[in-house]
Design a protein around this ligand. Structure first.
Ligand SMILES: [Zn+2]
Ligand SMILES: [Zn+2]
Length: 219
């Protein structure tokens, strides 16, 4: 499958350390991203980058996520990611069912709510969830997916086998030959090193997959 950069919303919930997998949803990931040695860790709930997801919230239980619309019931919260403004303004659209209460950052939210990164969501009595984003940039030799794009720096077209980086925010594909490498000597395409930010969307250049924000302190 062709590799492309991606990003998606992740909802973080505190869980006891040494988490064991709960449920069978492939979307659930108890990642154990808490500090080393801590008695708790972050459980990560990844939302699909495109389309709705259905979140179940039962009393104290951690939300279960499904993409199956058939499981939609009165206690199902619908969430959908919106990557507005060319990806620069990611927002989470939340539809709260009757009988469920949502608060955002401690304030009661309306039945149709919008959340952003760093917001704290609390459904009824369930554990609060922190809104973060996971980014998975692609960097390396251009394959099928990243060849044929126009590099925004040198304005030439990328070809298969060139070193490139793709922005996870705006999907721009930029030449990324290391300066002084054989590739750069041959082609001169060290376009990414000319700019400290993405040349198109001006967001920071991230080269590793990971959460772009993790709450720093346990409340
Ligand atoms: Zn270039
Ligand atoms: Zn960008």
């Amino acid at each position: 499958m062709a590799k492309r950069s991606k990003r998606w919303f992740s909802l973080l919930t505190e869980v006891p350390a040494a988490p064991t997998a709960t449920g069978d949803s492939a979307l659930e990931a108890a990642e154990g991203e808490g500090p080393p040695g801590a008695a708790w860790a972050w459980s990560r709930l990844d939302l699909p980058p495109v389309g709705p997801a259905y979140l179940r919230t039962h009393s104290q239980e951690i939300a279960i996520l499904t993409r199956e619309a058939g499981q939609w019931s009165d206690d199902t919260v619908v969430v959908e990611s919106l990557f507005l403004d060319g990806g620069r303004s990611p927002r989470l659209l939340i539809l709260v069912p009757p009988g469920q209460r949502l608060s955002i950052n401690g304030e009661p939210a309306s039945r149709v709510a919008i959340a952003a990164m760093r917001d704290v969501l609390a459904f009824g009595n369930a554990h609060p969830m922190f809104v973060s984003l996971f980014e998975q940039p692609v960097m390396g030799l251009a394959g099928k997916a990243l060849a044929g794009a126009t590099c925004p720096v040198c304005k030439t077209v990328t070809s298969a086998g060139q070193e490139v980086w793709q922005c996870a925010v705006c999907s721009a594909v930029v030449h990324n030959a290391k300066p002084d490498s054989a590739d750069a000597e041959r082609d001169g395409y060290a376009c990414l090193t000319l700019s400290g930010v993405c040349p198109v969307c001006k967001q920071p250049i991230r080269t590793n997959a990971g959460l772009i924000w993790i709450p720093s302190e346990k409340e």
